[in-house]
Design a protein around this ligand. Structure first.
Ligand code: PRP
Length: 178
């Protein structure tokens, strides 16, 4: 285990099994629908890379980037697109691939934005859900794990751009960011 990690929440094996389970579900639900999976940069990239290899149906992939600004960044509600979706999603089935829902602001914004492009369907596949940190009515069609209200890193998630490459998901030691 990395020295900066307090505790491993989900091991490589835990993640692998869950990704395979989600892959089976998504493959069944999107059979003959040729969905577009849109990964939200940067954290969602590792999850996307694994989830697409767990699918046995034709798919396309795309990327979007968003950033939040303001005093207390996450609660400002101001979200800016840093990389737009560059393909036509109108009349297509779209599945957003996101690493974590914290306050839910990013996903709310992205959902509203993409809905405006008239997809045939729009759903979310989320790796981690910080239950309690957001309104309960965020409709996640697919979710891998619930996580506590701690600083979570690994498997795509960073602190100061570090730890994204850890193969597991863990809690960062408080002394690293306090
Ligand atoms: C993280 C994460 C989500 C968002 C979740 O992204 O990847 O997109 O925050 O937080 P919210 O539910 O409170 O909006 P971040 O801005 O850290 O960028 P990154 O993915 O590039 O690390």
């Amino acid at each position: 285990m990395h020295k900066d990690i307090e505790k491993i929440l989900f091991s490589e094996q835990d993640i692998k099994e869950k990704v395979e389970e989600l892959g089976r579900q998504i493959s069944g639900d999107y059979k003959n629908k040729n969905p577009i999976l849109i990964s939200i940069l940067k954290g969602g990239v590792v999850f996307l890379a694994d989830i697409i290899r767990a699918l046995d149906i034709p798919i396309e992939i795309e990327f979007m980037g968003v950033a939040s600004y303001g005093n207390s960044t996450k609660s400002s509600g101001v979200v800016q697109i840093t990389k737009d979706c560059n393909i036509d999603i109108s009349d297509r089935h779209v599945l957003i691939i996101e690493d974590i829902v914290d306050t839910g602001l990013s996903l709310n914004y992205i959902t509203r934005y993409l809905q405006g492009k008239n997809p045939k369907s729009l759903k979310m596949c989320v790796l981690l859900d910080k239950v309690g940190a957001h309104e309960p009515d965020i409709g996640m069609a697919y979710k891998a794990f619930d996580v506590p209200n701690e600083f979570i890193v690994g498997y795509g998630l960073d602190y100061d751009e570090k730890y994204r490459n850890l193969p597991y998901i863990g809690i960062l030691k408080k002394e690293i960011y306090q």
